[in-house]
Design a protein. Sequence first.
Length: 366
Amino acid sequence: MRIKAAVAHGPGKPFTLEEVDLDTPRDDEILVKLVATGLCHTDIVLRDAALPLPAVLGHEGAGIVEAVGSAVTKVAPGDHVVLSYGSCGACPSCDNEAPFYCHSFIPQNIGGFRPDGTPTITQNGQPLFAHFFTQSSFATHALATEVNTVKVRKDAPLELLGPLGCGIQTGAGSVMNGLEPLPDEAITIFGVGSVGLAAIMAAKLIGCRPIIAVDLMDSRLDIAKDMGATHVINPGSSDVVAEIQGITGAGALYALECTGSAAVFKQAVDCLAPRGTLGQVGVPAPGAEAAVDMGALLNKGLRLVGMIEGEAIVDDFIPHLLDLYMDGLFPFDKLVSFYDLDDINQADVDNANGKIVKAVLRMPLD
Ligand SMILES: [Zn+2]
Ligand SMILES: [Zn+2]
């Protein structure tokens, strides 16, 4: 079918809204008419990577099921859904309820094509790089599968919900499923974009104290305070390690690194208390390496752990976060600014400048 998509044409080049062709759903596929999609940092990282073909990215889709393949039983036309990440369902991680560490996570999510190599989106008969996170949601319609399609309650504002599929789930889940701090334990969040702010909301829900936010943008530190941070530090004007020791005494028992910077990673390790745990969430540049004080690692019994997609089982966690939102306990809507899909390039600029925290792109009406 003919659909509209924001097509990426290479590093630094603007997205352009174009007509493309979406394949018909196979037996195991779900056709979703998208209402809106979040814009995630990973989309921009991939746009700026040297992809082999023009690409349809986007991986925080929310919409309404339009049609399902003959083998699909999980959802039916008319259901409201949020789309999340793909996994194979058959590897040792998937078998052990850890699909976020699927052995084929990369080909499933950023391979560009279905696992059998066929394209989901073409243009003038030529394949595009798509099937992104088993969706490619910068488009009016997407093909997903049961694995990454999550049915959500119909009384929720569907156009808001896409970020639950990646960014918001990543921040909140890294605290709630990954670090699992207890009430009154100290946590520091390094980098408070949408992921870090979702982590702060989760830490507040748990009752962590203190909750320390670290970021170079004062505007984001102000939002962090609104979301539950008890202390904020701008490393541009203060010594982060000394400040955190001043607040906590021995250091924080938990830290979440949301920037992907090797220098920040080292700082986050240096701020940990004995028996402290660092969760690495920020996506680093390809090949990035970070230095660690091996003596401190040993003597303090530190744990340094990577965390993908908030270690979330999406069918449980996304409806849980949504229930918390509907009960007024997880106000992630305060982080969202809406744009039309046509204005995706402006959304990218505003996000990079810190003018907004999280862009959600609305699809054009028919
Ligand atoms: Zn797997
Ligand atoms: Zn993402």
